[in-house]
Design a protein around this ligand. Structure first.
Ligand code: PLP
Length: 364
């Protein structure tokens, strides 16, 4: 990225030599992303991230060419970018149906009533959930989309870094990626559009990205995404080792802290995800305490104006209010070490003990 930013900053849309150089880099990056995602380079459309890719896919497929609202069937555990875009399209008159979700953290596309599919233009299911890490039944979503005669949109933001749900062979027509989930830069992603799929632009202007996504391409970021994509194979090879470290973390946390519950035990999950709930404490408070000890984690709960809301994902799974409030998520990657795991367990034990000693004050 640095040479592109510092020296070779021509616009990939220009015909002059600097433009041609930028274009060559952009196209190389497209090939690298295609190689990682298992598709053809001309199926890769760079965007500003997965939020844009998901909005593009949902709004165009949901509204249709003539802006005659079509129906959408989506899982309610999608990322907020998808959920908000679906609600927006529904506000324009498109019927919106939600899939059921089990306590196992997995959506149930097979249980959608086939008699209610008339006019449905889009089925949406993520390949793996970003909070729980639960891998979703994409084969069922493919069947549902086929039965409905609809396009299938897959959010592969979390799964692609681990090699799950490659585009080719997955049955998806549209697939969203985000570079920063596999060590690329933030603010760049892609929508993959299966060849032959009728699709239109969300952003209108110049004819960039095969006429489907207007605007001077962010060549440096695309180059960064391409470089990260080219290295993703090594990350994927580390999946077994990462899962073993994650399992070790889970076992140590359970052994050293009372009242630790694993979310959706037994469900297939991403190698680096560990989602737990700690009895009697608030996830947000745990995350703040951990951060002070140099450990970065997440809570499933979003805190706004002092009120802690249990995440929409845990709610539809039927997780109790108390368990939802105590949610903490750890994500491990190829760079995580056994020492990191030990440090995290020690920090967790200390933070939880302190919060419990505060009684009601730390438990929200
Ligand atoms: N989808 C999932 C599953 C995610 O985890 C994220 C980001 O965390 C997004 C979409 C949004 O991606 P971006 O930050 O690139 O807009």
């Amino acid at each position: 990225m640095l040479p592109v930013l510092a020296e070779h900053w021509g616009s990939a849309s220009s015909v002059h030599a600097m433009g041609a150089q930028a274009r060559a880099w952009l196209e190389r990056a497209r090939e690298q992303v295609a190689g990682m995602a298992g598709c053809e380079p001309d199926e890769v459309y760079f965007t500003s991230g997965a939020t844009e890719a998901l909005n593009w896919a949902v709004k165009v497929a949901g509204l249709g060419d003539a802006h005659v609202p079509r129906g959408i069937v989506a899982s309610p555990i999608e990322h907020e970018a998808t959920l908000a875009a679906c609600r927006w399209v529904a506000g324009k008159g498109a019927p919106l149906q939600w899939m059921q979700v089990g306590a196992d953290g997995r959506a149930r596309p097979d249980e959608v009533d086939r008699r209610c599919l008339a006019g449905v233009g889009l089925v949406v299911l993520m390949a793996a959930n970003n909070e729980t890490g639960c891998v979703q039944p994409l084969d069922q979503a493919v069947r549902l989309a086929r039965d409905a005669g609809a396009l299938l949109l897959v959010d592969a933001v979390q799964s692609a870094p681990w090699g799950l749900a490659p585009f080719r062979g997955s049955g998806a027509d549209l697939l969203a990626l985000s570079a920063h989930k596999f060590n690329g830069p933030q603010g760049v992603g892609a929508l993959l559009i299966r060849r032959g799929t009728e699709f239109t632009s969300l952003l209108h202007g110049g004819g960039q990205e095969q006429g489907l996504r207007a605007g001077t391409p962010n060549t440096a970021s695309a180059v960064g995404m391409g470089a990260a994509a080219a290295q993703v194979e090594a990350r994927r090879r580390s999946a077994g080792a990462v899962a073993a470290l994650r399992d070790g973390l889970q076992a140590l946390l359970s052994a050293s802290i009372e009242g630790v519950t694993l979310t959706a035990p037994g469900s297939p999950r991403l190698p680096g995800h560990l989602h737990i709930s700690v009895r009697g404490v608030q996830g947000e408070a745990v995350v703040v305490g951990l951060s002070q000890m140099g450990v970065c984690a997440s809570s499933g709960a979003a805190c706004s104006s002092g009120a802690v809301e249990v995440s929409h994902v845990l709610k539809v799974m039927g997780v109790s209010e108390e368990q939802g409030r105590g949610a903490v998520r750890f994500t491990l990657g190829p760079e995580t070490t056994a020492d990191d795991v030990d440090r995290t367990v020690r920090a967790m034990a200390e933070v939880v003990a302190e919060l419990r000693s505060l009684g009601g004050r730390g438990t929200g």
